[in-house]
Design a protein around this ligand. Structure first.
Ligand SMILES: CC(C)(COP(=O)(O)OP(=O)(O)OC[C@H]1O[C@@H](n2cnc3c(N)ncnc32)[C@H](O)[C@@H]1OP(=O)(O)O)[C@@H](O)C(=O)NCCC(=O)NCCS
Length: 286
């Protein structure tokens, strides 16, 4: 199709019907409508319009530490390969730069060829590959020894240069986003009460991903130390919080992934190869 020029702006409540209709056209049994009110309320949903018709969306999130995360990209099937996603992602990158982000990241399944080609054509580069794993919680009973941290320094000293972070090239999932781990990320994770330790082992835990919209699992990310020990603790923690499952990501080919598999973690259907992409949004010096 001919490349058209689209109006790209942040969605308002008045756009809801148009966006719902777009989601129905774009993806079968889409989950985005379930969270649309929140995305609009957060002022983070970018929409492309063609003469009033919503033809594409991308959601922007500020991650812990200040970088940006893109998700929920959908383009109207009648407008695919018309530059819609490219136009919205560029708008998101400008927004990210204005708000102090250095990088914007996103992930896409290796099998999603259109998405993989699109993000590369916009200038994103592949930085890591993860598998998504889950385990039903509940077998391990008793108190979890995980202690939510009140200060970031000690945990950061343990995590900086840890084998776990080396395995994932320094990236880690925190909530629904991946971040490049650093001291600022740790400070903000502590402020959000999501950084925990047991002895010298450090992890990120989140029992409230996606708010209370659905029975979300406990999200766990190992950051330093003994993964097996922390996975056991995470299971106990999940039990204490009434969570039925623990979900996590590990880098493809890593020792930690093998440990998790030995602990009974299964790869989820859609999570065989989640490719993490990154793009710098710092203005280039001419
Ligand atoms: C992925 C998706 C958002 C791309 O949106 P889009 O608006 O069609 O993307 P663009 O038009 O900006 O594509 C930019 C470039 O990517 C490449 N590209 C996009 N789709 C492609 C396809 N199906 N096959 C080959 N190349 C493709 C092309 O190089 C294209 O530029 P060109 O048309 O000038 O050659 C769209 O296919 C979609 O909504 N898919 C379903 C939902 C989804 O998978 N979302 C992504 C989750 S990570």
């Amino acid at each position: 199709m001919n490349k058209a020029r689209f109006e790209v702006r942040v969605a308002t409540r008045a756009d809801k019907r148009e966006i719902l209709s777009l989601c129905r056209r774009a993806v079968r049994r889409d989950y985005v409508p379930m969270f649309l009110d929140e995305f609009i309320r957060d002022g983070s949903l970018f929409v492309a319009f063609d003469q009033g018709r919503a033809v594409g969306i991308v959601n922007y999130t500020r991650c812990l530490g200040g970088d940006g995360w893109l998700g929920q990209a959908r383009t109207d099937p009648d407008y695919r390969r018309g530059g819609v996603a490219t136009a919205i992602v560029r708008a998101c990158c400008r927004h990210a730069a204005v708000h102090g982000a250095k990088y914007v990241r996103l992930w896409s399944l290796r099998t999603n060829t259109p998405a993989q080609i699109t993000v590369k054509s916009i200038g994103f580069r592949e930085v890591a590959v993860f598998r998504r794993l889950m385990k039903r919680a509940g077998r391990r009973t008793g108190e979890s020894h995980l202690i939510v941290q009140r200060r970031p320094e000690g945990a950061w000293r343990l995590a900086r240069g840890s084998e776990l972070l080396r395995e994932s090239s320094g990236y880690a999932s925190m909530g629904t986003e991946f971040v490049k781990v650093g001291p600022k990320v740790f400070s903000e994770a502590v402020a959000a009460k999501k950084l925990a330790r047991v002895g010298d082992n450090v992890c990120y835990i989140d029992d409230n991903v996606w708010g209370d919209k659905w029975k979300a699992p406990l999200e766990f990310t190992g950051l330093a130390g003994d993964v097996g020990l922390m996975l056991d603790e995470a299971e106990r923690f999940a039990g204490m919080k009434g969570k039925r499952e623990v979900h996590t990501y590990f880098a493809v080919g890593s020792k930690s992934l093998r440990t998790a598999r030995r602990k009974g973690y299964k790869i989820v259907d859609w999570g065989k190869e989640a490719v993490l992409f990154e793009k710098s949004v710092r203005p280039s010096r001419a």
